[in-house]
Write a protein that binds this ligand. Structure first.
Ligand code: GDP
Ligand code: IMO
Ligand code: MG
Length: 429
């Protein structure tokens, strides 16, 4: 059995990573986030109760698990504290001893959110971001202007950095985007209060994780977004601002992953995407709307309707190639029950040529025509099935088709939103 499992999304996010992480946490000691921020929306359903997490790792509902937030995550402290208080109200205890927040995390502060929104509200260049300030915060990290968690406890440094940032950001907000600037005074008071509340959670996550790995603890790494939203390998520029590939797990936490680590990619049995950007198999007809309703495909963070389409195996195969993933967990096949037949995209056509991968130029991807294979559907309700031998024959064919096309192996099938709705074919831990 491996010491660690890395879970990432291999489509455009919302594959059901949170559900899979929650399921695997029963066998893990630590669940760790390594990138992204509260643009993520990870949904857990336990005994019929829904919990949506944006920043806190999806292991938090298991009282034995520790939850780490590594330096690769951009942290909106207000969002963090709000999530903590929601969990506390829901009866989750001992949070100060269970959530470890890295002192090296970059902070998302008000001007990041204002800048993100101002850019999105401009007529041109809209990406359909979550407006959570993710992009501007990662920009500041790269340009070395960022405020980090540790800075909250050094008033002089915080104030100096803030002054510089506000001069630049307020110029942009006022002069370029024509929106209100952010005031320095309210900012300082607000973040002094936040620092006090944040303190009990702050740890040297890199050192803690290093020690835990040495001690043989079981680690579950939780990715956010998905490979096709990766800043380098996704459908640029319609991507997020972080690296979503499994190699980020080590970088974003400051500790190597254990030698014996299993990498699992989560795929949804069909495709969805929120925000702008090319989506070759998108169904813009009534069937697309039906799929959205039967799959409850509305954003867990912004509530936006998700765009829905057939499974795009060209995109999945590409994502597996760039991420090196060989094992899959598949979710939401239950949503496809009742269809007479299903389509899966196995190639694209562009100007009379066949494409078998995702082109670097997103404007080409926006113009491709998907080539489909049609497979027979199934009508059985899958939700109660726990054994692979009991799944309908046509679903078995569908899964076999995916395995053969991608060369990856399906380790787990999720048959419903609930924690227990799982067919665990090959135990991960
Ligand atoms: P994440 O961002 O990858 O964690 O995924 P989201 O939580 O944003 O979206 C996945 C949605 O599908 C959530 O509402 C889950 O509760 C739900 N879900 C996860 N797995 C399954 C499944 O196998 N079947 C069904 N019907 N719903 C699922
Ligand atoms: P989880 O972890 C789906 C999308 C946004 C937008 C683009 C850039 O729940 O799978 P950003 O706010 O990151 O700058 O937006 O990325 N996006 C997601 N889509 N699931 C997510 O996270 C997403 N996080 C960001 O909709 O298209
Ligand atoms: Mg989500």
């Amino acid at each position: 059995m491996p010491q660690a499992v890395v879970i990432i999304g291999v489509q455009w996010g919302d594959e059901g990573k949170g559900k899979i992480v929650d399921y695997y946490t029963s066998a893990a000691d630590i669940v760790a986030r390594f990138q992204g921020g509260n643009n993520a929306g990870h949904t857990l359903v336990v005994e019929g109760k829904k919990t949506i997490l944006h920043l806190i790792p999806s292991g938090i509902l298991h009282p034995h698990a520790k939850c780490f937030i590594g330096s690769g995550v951009v942290v909106d402290p207000e969002n963090f504290l709000e999530e903590v208080s929601i969990l506390r109200e829901a009866g989750i205890q001992d949070l100060e001893n269970r959530i470890y927040l890295s002192d090296r995390c970059h902070l998302i502060v008000d001007y990041h959110k204002h800048l993100d929104a101002a850019r999105e509200n401009k007529k041109s260049g809209k990406l359909g971001t979550t407006k959570r300030g993710i992009g501007p915060a990662y920009e500041d990290r790269a340009s070395r202007r960022g405020l980090r968690v540790a800075d909250l406890f050094n008033e002089k440094v915080f104030e100096e950095k803030l002054k510089e940032n506000l001069a630049e950001k307020n110029f942009l907000l006022k002069e370029y985007y024509g929106v209100s600037p952010v005031s320095m005074e309210s900012f300082m008071t607000k973040y002094q209060g936040i620092a006090k509340q944040l303190k009990p959670f702050i740890r040297d996550v890199s050192a803690e994780l290093f020690q835990s790995i040495e001690e043989g603890k079981k680690i579950l790494y939780e990715g956010a977004q998905g490979v096709l939203l990766d800043v380098d390998y996704g459908t640029y520029p319609y991507v997020t601002s972080s690296q979503t590939l499994p190699s980020q797990a080590a970088l974003g936490l400051g500790a190597r992953v254990p030698k014996d680590t299993l990498f699992i990619g989560v795929i949804k049995a069909y495709s969805t995407r929120v925000g702008e950007g090319p989506f070759p198999t998108e169904l813009t007809d009534a069937f697309g709307d039906e799929l959205r309703e039967s799959g409850s495909e509305y954003g867990a963070t912004t509530g936006r309707p998700r765009r829905c389409g057939w499974l795009d195996l060209v995109a999945v195969k590409y994502a597996l190639q760039v991420s090196g993933i060989k094992n899959l967990a598949i979710t939401k096949a239950d949503v496809l029950s009742g269809l007479f037949e299903l389509k899966v995209c196995t190639a694209y056509e562009y100007q009379g040529n066949r494409l078998h991968t995702i082109p670097a130029d997103s404007s080409i991807l926006a113009k491709v025509t998907p080539i489909y294979e049609t497979l027979p559907g199934w009508s059985e309700d899958l939700t109660a099935i726990r054994n692979i031998n009991e799944i309908p024959k046509n679903l078995q064919n569908y899964l076999k088709f995916i395995e053969e096309f991608t060369g990856a192996r399906i380790n787990l099938i999720s048959t419903g939103a609930g924690r227990e709705a799982v067919i665990d074919i090959q135990k991960a831990f």
